[in-house]
Design a protein around this ligand. Structure first.
Ligand code: NAD
Length: 295
């Protein structure tokens, strides 16, 4: 256990050090983006907001229904990247009026919307027989409807963007955070897995409908990532002296960190991904493509 934990810690430290030393890039130069679920200090949304800023985004609209950490995120970005404009909004990512409103706001203020990263989500813990209809609908609403609204209003705003390409050409990137639980059953509760399967399917269906407008739609399927959502899992394992075993059966032999998901979101947001469309991209160390073997 000790060696395993040490190796994981060393590798993750190396990844974080490399990221910190990465020179500023401009892969998102001039782009206007919306990200939901940015409020967790250790979450994927915050990591993505910082990376989008690092890559020179022009204006980021950052949303979470929990306002606690929004001022910190805004001042961190503005302090580090004075050329990036930040607007934070305390809102529910599954609220029709809030999402339609922020898309309109981006158009009004910047005349464009280039990226929508629909990342907000909740996980549930209860087994099937303890899942009420209300819990099921709430998980579908937050995880599923939030992505639908990003697709509907995000693409509408993107279609009014980029007049130089011709209005009909639109252009833009919509990225949604699904999960490995939306690819393979076994991980997650029934309501959570169902909601993430819906996200994966929406990525494919919407990509098809929008492809003539050059709006790309993709979902990211993270494996086990240490964030606010999984704090309980990590704390429990560590309290039992089994911290080093977390991720042991993963082909890479470890769990992941938020920046490793943000790296992929940043790529998908950029024009480097101009031919990546309609994909459910697993970022899981190889978990969903492997048969676990005893180490
Ligand atoms: P996190 O809990 O650290 O962050 C999620 C953030 O989303 C929180 O700040 C929360 O307040 C916010 N949020 C939740 N519901 C919201 C709503 N309705 N409106 C606005 N904000 C809302 O967890 P995370 O791991 O960074 O989660 C990001 C996404 O990644 C989620 O969609 C989650 O399902 C997905 N995911 C995470 C893992 C993992 O192992 N951490 C694995 C697969 C998928």
């Amino acid at each position: 256990e000790g060696d395993f934990a040490k190796r994981t810690a060393a590798r993750l430290e190396q990844i974080q050090t490399q990221l910190k030393a990465k020179p500023r890039g401009y892969r998102l130069k001039g782009k206007v983006g919306i990200i939901t679920g940015v409020g967790s200090m250790v979450g994927i949304g915050r990591a993505a907001a910082l990376q989008f800023a690092h890559e020179g985004a022009a204006h980021l609209y950052l949303i979470d229904f929990d306002p606690t950490n929004l001022p910190n995120l805004k001042s961190t970005i503005e302090g580090k990247y004075p050329d990036v404009k930040v607007t934070t909004l305390a809102a529910d990512a599954a609220d029709d009026a809030a999402i339609s409103g922020v898309c309109k706001q981006a158009l009004q203020e910047e005349g464009r919307l280039d990226v929508f990263f629909a990342n907000a989500g909740i996980a549930t813990q209860q087994p099937l027989h303890d899942t009420s209809a209300e819990t099921f609908m709430n998980t579908m609403r937050i995880n599923g409807l939030s992505c639908f609204l990003a697709l509907k209003y995000g693409s509408e705003a993107m279609l009014k963007t980029n007049p130089s390409r011709g209005k009909e050409l639109g252009g833009g990137s919509i990225i949604m955070t699904a999960s490995v639980a939306g690819i393979r059953s076994g991980a997650g509760t029934v309501d959570y897995s169902a909601s993430k399967s819906a996200v994966n399917n929406m990525a494919q269906t919407a990509a098809n409908q929008l492809s003539k407008t050059d709006i790309r739609v993709n979902s990211i399927c993270p494996g086990l990532i240490e964030t606010g959502m999984t704090t309980g899992v990590f704390q429990y394992a560590r309290s039992k002296g089994a911290g080093g075993k977390i991720g042991q059966l993963n082909p890479l032999g470890r769990y992941g960190i938020a920046d490793e998901i943000a790296n992929v979101a940043t790529f998908l947001a950029s024009d480097d991904a101009s031919y990546v469309n309609g994909q459910n991209i697993a970022v899981d160390g190889g978990l969903t493509s492997s048969v676990p073997v005893v180490p």
